[in-house]
Design a protein around this ligand. Structure first.
Ligand code: MOS
Length: 739
């Protein structure tokens, strides 16, 4: 189905199942430990060997020699594979460094060998006996230093966030020089780690020259292609299976070394091999969100209208990598005739930077929305009023493009009311509750919507059970559930009559999960397949497909009514289709909007910032399942708390690695850190996005949260922290006097 004109009325608008809160189908499996993750597929492989990866202990240089004899002779060892034994490997399309290094080393903890043994413990013990002689090279690990000479570089994050090297509209410098009120400030965000619960893990089995990899991955088709390319085998010979994923956040958009090393280990061992990255290896072996340094300049007239706005971002990555697209939201969020955005990319020899939840907008808004708060204060305006004064209903760079829907003003206004914004004291450091200084902060949330081609196959069997097959993944987001809701709505059956099969590369290629495109795109693919299946049913029954109703497990036309099971017959009925998109996303700017509100308490004595309340008001098209969407937003807000107050990969600039490489040292928020969170969804359907009229919402829940917290901490204390995370060491010496 080609989607080229805005959607009209269709069966999804009935809203009998879609749009209703529904428990996650996979919830009971996950909470009872019965959802099989890649490392636990005892059902598919009876007696796997265990792989343990040896990781490089230098960040840059070469391996002089590897001494394997002792490890090979260790108890239980079956084989060891290094680059020397692996045969020719090619870098995949989606990764920057080789997934098996050697002799050249591109980053710290790059995989350099897999030791395969009878048990996990034997593999690990033997891996510790591998001796490596390194020739350490000189690496570049200091972002500030490297940015001094870094060139301009444009990029597309691959997740909807993009910008050219420099973009100019009007005359920024001239307008900024003349502005009545102006801000010129520098902000930094540190490197972040996805730190998802389930580590990267794979189980590989060869059947002749056919390879099956059970893995933990967001994008099955990308992964299948990259496994084939890396190993130099035909794509048809690779099958990827990933029905349950314990979190990804972008860290599993691409296959990583676990999949490749499991395949190489299994081939060498002549036996299935499973591999999981140990937690301390994840932070340096896999990808991370790159640190940024951002300069923002805003100029306004006396009334608070933006006349000039510039956002410049610098970040680093390995040779061949890309910049963090932190300026992308600044191109679209606020009006202003004179604009400039630019990005610089420094070459660093730290581990590979890549997409992490809402790449671009997440760190970009952490800076931009503090800058907006600072400007509002300079103008003596309420920060909500300042944002509303600079709203735009068209793409400010290309005014002929309207936003398909843009409810930022309503999100901010409704949020202000629900949150009790009128109780905020605009003057900082005025409100106390015992030893706590209390502050409120607000930020706009913005994240682009992307639509991705997505396919599905849907069948009805003789019992009337509807089964959906697609290579879509559920990374904890609720894909199983919203796909079942879509099929139930379309075929007129109850949810318990729908079976959803996800994450198998033998199924039709879907959008996959990334960039908050999964929900709208994958359900639209299921919609397309269901439209075909409805036609097949009508045709088989000799019904006029223009006037058929699917409801209560029956197909009706005029006064004829046939049970779906009967219509399917013994042979069943199957249809397959793909939703494919025309130019609507070019004609209209499709974005999602939020108002993020936070109340914090800052300990007067220690400077410790604690969250007291959070609210997100989201406008993101049709909400397919308010329960799972709410969970997505709450999870994202939680990640926002991490990025504001805790998360920071500490860079060892001498040796080029992230020092805090486990969950004891890389801190993320827990339940006790956030006593109260609420989410409000604004009424919205967006007919330009798909027949589902939905948009992404998961990443929107993160975008802006960090700044709302930093702004709340400022309101509480009068201390403006522009370098994340907002930790007490940055507050302590500036705290207001206690007596
Ligand atoms: Mo994307 S960073 O996988 O949501």
């Amino acid at each position: 189905m080609k989607f080229t004109t805005p959607a009209g009325q269709n069966p999804i608008d009935q809203g009998k199942v879609v749009g209703k809160p529904h428990d996650r189908i996979d919830g009971k499996f996950k909470t009872t430990g019965t959802a099989p993750y890649a490392y636990e597929r005892h059902d598919v492989v009876a007696n796997p060997a265990y792989g343990y990866i040896v990781h490089a202990a230098i960040a840059k240089g070469r391996i002089g020699a590897m001494h394997l004899a002792e490890a090979k002779a260790a108890p239980g060892v079956i084989t060891i594979v290094t680059a020397a034994e692996a045969g020719k490997l090619t870098k995949g399309d989606f990764n920057t460094a080789m997934l098996l290094g050697g002799p050249e080393i591109q980053h710290y903890h790059q995989a350099i060998a897999i030791v395969v043994a009878e048990t996990f413990e034997q593999a690990r013990a033997a891996a510790n006996l591998v001796r490596v002689d390194y020739e350490r090279g000189k690496g570049r690990f200091d972002l500030d230093e490297a940015l001094k000479t870094a060139p301009l570089k444009g990029a597309d994050s691959g997740e909807g966030s993009k910008a050219p090297p420099v973009d100019r509209v009007g005359d920024f410098e001239g307008a900024f020089a003349k502005a009545a009120v102006k801000l010129d400030a520098r902000y930094t965000t540190p490197d972040h780690s996805h730190a998802m619960m389930e580590p990267h893990a794979s189980l590989a089995r060869w059947d002749g020259d056919k390879l099956t990899v059970w893995t933990s991955n967001q994008m099955i088709a990308w992964g299948k292609g990259d496994v084939a390319k890396t190993l130099g085998i035909p794509k048809e010979n690779v099958r990827l299976i990933s029905p349950y994923v314990g979190g990804g956040f972008g860290g599993k958009l691409f296959v990583r070394t676990d999949a490749i090393m499991a395949a190489l280990g299994a081939r060498a061992a002549g036996r299935p091999v499973k591999v999981a990255l140990a937690r301390p290896m994840m932070f340096n072996n896999t990808t991370h969100r790159p640190a940024t340094t951002q300069r923002i300049r805003i100029g306004t007239d006396r009334s608070g209208k933006i006349t000039a706005i510039a956002h410049e971002s610098g970040s680093g990555d390995l040779p061949g990598g890309g910049p963090e697209t932190a300026v992308s939201q600044t191109k679209l969020l606020y009006a202003g005739a004179n604009r400039m955005t630019s990005m610089r990319l420094a070459v660093l020899d730290l581990p590979e930077g890549n997409a992490m939840r809402a790449p671009g907008e997440a760190p970009g808004l952490m800076a931009l929305e503090i800058a907006m708060d600072e400007m509002a204060e300079k103008l003596g305006m309420d920060p909500i009023a300042f944002r509303i004064a600079n709203d735009t209903q068209v793409d400010p760079e290309k005014p002929e493009r309207r936003f398909s829907q843009r409810q930022l003003i309503k999100a901010l206004q409704d949020g202000a009311k629900a949150f009790g914004w009128d109780k905020r004291n605009a003057k900082p450091a005025q409100v106390r509750d015992g030893k706590w200084l209390i502050g409120m902060g607000v930020a706009a949330g913005f994240r682009n919507n992307m639509n991705m081609k997505s396919g599905a196959k849907v069948s009805i069997d003789r019992k009337g059970i509807v089964t959906v097959y697609t290579d879509m993944t559920d990374i904890g987001t609720g894909s199983y559930t919203i796909i079942a809701q879509t099929a139930a709505e379309m075929m007129g059956v109850d949810m318990d009559r729908v079976v959803v099969r996800l994450g198998d590369s033998d199924s039709p290629v879907s959008s996959g999960s990334g960039g908050q495109w999964g929900a709208n795109s994958s359900t639209a693919g299921v919609y397309a397949a269901c439209v075909k299946l409805r036609e097949a049913v009508a045709q088989k029954l000799g019904f006029n497909s223009g006037d058929v109703e699917f409801a209560d497990g029956k197909v009706r036309s005029g006064n004829r009514s046939v049970a779906l099971a009967e219509a399917a017959g013994d042979a069943g009925l199957t249809a397959e289709d793909t939703i494919d998109y025309g130019d609507l996303a070019k004609t209209y700017q499709q974005s999602t909007f939020a108002g993020h509100f936070v109340e914090v308490g800052v300990d007067m004595y220690t400077g410790e910032v604690r969250i007291r309340r959070m609210l997100a008001v989201c406008a993101a098209g049709r909400i397919l399942n308010p329960k799972s969407a709410r969970s997505q937003v709450i999870g994202a807000m939680t990640m926002g708390v991490g990025s504001a107050l805790m998360e920071e990969l500490a860079v060892d600039k001498r040796f080029g690695f992230f020092v805090n490489h486990d969950l004891a040292q890389y801190e993320v928020p827990v339940h006790a850190d956030i006593p109260y969170q609420e989410v409000i969804f604004l009424e919205e359907t967006d007919p330009t996005t798909s027949p589902m009229k939905a948009k992404g919402v998961g990443e929107l829940g993160l975008c802006g949260v960090g700044a709302a917290i930093a702004n709340a901490a400022y309101n509480a204390t009068g201390i403006r922290i522009r370098d994340y995370p907002v930790t007490l060491d940055k507050m302590l010496d500036k705290m207001p006097p206690v007596a």
